[in-house]
Design a protein around this ligand. Structure first.
Ligand SMILES: NC(=O)c1ccc[n+]([C@@H]2O[C@H](COP(=O)([O-])OP(=O)(O)OC[C@H]3O[C@@H](n4cnc5c(N)ncnc54)[C@H](O)[C@@H]3O)[C@@H](O)[C@H]2O)c1
Length: 377
């Protein structure tokens, strides 16, 4: 295996995976999911396969633990899932994968702000240049398949400044009522952190390839997604990280005061949104959609810890540390645009979703351990 940064031992752990066989024609209804072994990609692949579809997962398995997602998908869906263990930076391989696809979801990324600060160049190569390679592969197709890109709310930077917020016992709250509806797509872009910059560049390239080359493509700027098959770490996936740490009696480090607020969204609702956007592509190509749980699912870190205390009947062990660069004090999505365009709405409240994640992780930890290493670049 020649992929940079891929540890061969991880490949060996994925029993039953044989190399993908590239097909000669693109008339087979195959959905390509880059980063499909990851948390959101796995849930999306599972849904598509459950509904009878076929999925090609393109992933270099650099995220610790994701080979277990592949194994799970293969066990559930057999031949409906094929896998190409390859890097998004490998132009020829991604071109071969795109050549077979009838639709594409682009999830592969270096996902952590912390890692991007440690190695901005690699972060750029994966997130920005990797996305550009994918777009070029799409442009080479006579009739490019539609693309949905997983972007991030980090593009909006510090969209709500400290002086616009009042500080309450457990959370920050916007003083202006208008802001309480959430952040919409008209919020100015303000790229913060190398991760914000590389995802921001990718986001803008996707939109421009829709404009300049007519590639059917849409962008989802996501808040925090959580749910089963998420292997959270202190660097990314904080909700699953908190739940896992509580279950294992580990100390959780809260960066800042814990009053920062996020609108969290259960992964099944995120999957619904991705599929709806794909199916509405002719009407919505070239558009951006904010995606998150919205004001009803806005929760601070301290409030989530209190919820976990109720679920686990134990007080989480917590230590506080300095704020981290790029951490937003308040981010809640306004998803009105997505609702109007596709009819999408969140269906799982955060209390129900967290209970489901807790239930899944409790079962998972009965037979597995969580990788606690940092998210690699
Ligand atoms: N989870 C969230 O809350 C959230 C929020 C905003 C945006 N996003 C974006 O959504 C996407 C999916 O996020 P996730 O939470 O499922 O993350 P994840 O880390 O679980 O999945 C990402 C996958 O990409 C793969 N990958 C990384 N580098 C690669 C490379 N060079 N080539 C091929 N594959 C590579 C990893 O192995 C992993 O399986 C990412 O693009 C992320 O930036 C996620």
């Amino acid at each position: 295996m020649t992929v940079d940064g891929l540890q061969p031992w991880r490949l060996r752990q994925v029993d039953g995976l044989e190399p993908v066989r590239h097909r000669d024609s693109a008339d087979d209804a195959l959905t390509l999911i880059t980063g499909g072994a990851g948390f959101i990609g796995t849930n999306l692949a599972d849904r598509i396969a459950r509904e009878g579809g076929r999925v090609l997962i393109y992933d270099n398995l650099s995220r610790a633990g994701v080979e277990r997602n592949l194994k799970w998908l293969k066990q559930r869906h057999g031949d409906r899932i094929s896998v190409d263990v390859a890097d998004i930076r490998d132009n020829e391989r991604i071109e071969a994968a795109v050549a077979q696809a009838v639709r594409v979801f682009h999830m592969a990324a270096q996902v952590a702000v912390t890692t991007s600060l440690a190695d901005p160049l690699t972060d750029f190569q994966i997130n920005a240049a990797g996305t550009l390679s994918l777009l070029e592969a799409l442009r080479k197709r006579h009739k490019p398949p539609p693309l949905v890109f997983a972007s991030t709310n980090k593009l909006y930077g510090e969209c709500v400044a400290r002086d616009q917020l009042s500080e309450e016992a457990t959370r920050y709250r916007p003083r202006r009522l208008g802001l309480r509806r959430g952040i919409d797509e008209l919020c100015p872009i303000q790229l913060v952190s190398p991760y914000g910059c590389s995802k921001g560049a990718a986001d803008q390239y996707v939109l421009d390839y829709a404009r300049a080359f007519g590639i059917p493509a849409a962008v989802m700027r996501m808040s925090c997604i959580y749910g089963p098959r998420q292997f959270g770490t202190t660097d990314q996936g904080w909700v699953a990280h908190f739940v896992g740490a509580c279950l294992q009696g580990e100390t959780i480090t809260v960066y800042g005061d814990g009053k920062q607020v996020r609108d969290i969204l259960f992964v099944e609702d995120a999957v619904n949104a991705y599929l709806l956007v794909q199916s509405h592509m002719p009407q919505i190509s070239g558009q951006v959609f904010n995606l998150g749980g919205g004001p009803r699912n806005a929760v601070s870190l301290l409030e989530l810890l209190a919820l976990l205390e109720g679920l686990t009947k134990t007080k989480p062990k917590v230590r506080f540390d300095n704020w981290r660069h790029g951490d937003q004090l308040y981010y809640v999505s306004d998803t009105t645009h997505l609702r109007r365009a596709t009819g999408w709405q969140p269906t799982v409240s955060y209390t129900r979703g967290i209970a489901q994640l807790h239930h899944w992780l409790s079962g998972f930890l009965g037979t597995h351990t969580l990788h606690r290493e940092r998210v690699p670049a």
